[in-house]
Design a protein around this ligand. Structure first.
Ligand SMILES: Nc1ncnc2c1ncn2[C@@H]1O[C@H](COP(=O)(O)OP(=O)(O)OP(=O)(O)O)[C@@H](O)[C@H]1O
Ligand SMILES: [Mg+2]
Length: 116
């Protein structure tokens, strides 16, 4: 099977007012094309930070490792290419979607998927 996403040795650290938060420590996993992967873990274990890292949305103190999407290193992508991928090839439904998405727009979406 063809690998779509490959994360290797991902570390994410944030700086809080008092200390450094070790949000993700040495995480590695792969997702193959057409595969559905669920990530389960206790609150604060780094699920959201990991997903935000894939989209390069973290304003972290330190982020290191490798995230390859379709064989290209996300950490090396130019901002323009990143923006082309966001929402097009990789998208994220944020926590509390009712506050992130507009329920009125969703309710008038046509079956074709086009939103009017
Ligand atoms: N911007 C930030 N600044 C400082 N610490 C952060 C920041 N974002 C996340 N953290 C910390 O990083 C850790 C991982 O947070 P994350 O939101 O990824 O957890 P989660 O697994 O998604 O939790 P939940 O199940 O509650 O959504 C937590 O300790 C959190 O407090
Ligand atoms: Mg979360």
């Amino acid at each position: 099977m063809e690998t779509l996403l490959e994360i290797k040795n991902l570390f994410i650290r944030f700086k809080s007012q008092k200390n450094i938060v070790y949000a993700v420590n040495d995480l590695s996993f792969s997702v193959y094309k057409k595969e559905i992967l669920g990530i389960i873990g206790e609150s604060g274990c780094g699920k959201t930070a990991t997903c935000r890292s894939i989209l390069r949305l973290n304003k972290s103190y330190e982020e290191k490792g490798s995230i390859q999407f379709e064989g290209r290193e996300i950490f090396n992508l130019a901002p323009k290419t990143l923006n082309q991928n966001r929402g097009n090839k990789i998208a994220m439904i944020f926590q509390n979607p009712s506050s992130s998405l507009n329920p009125i727009i969703a309710s008038v979406a046509k079956p074709s998927g086009k939103i009017f």
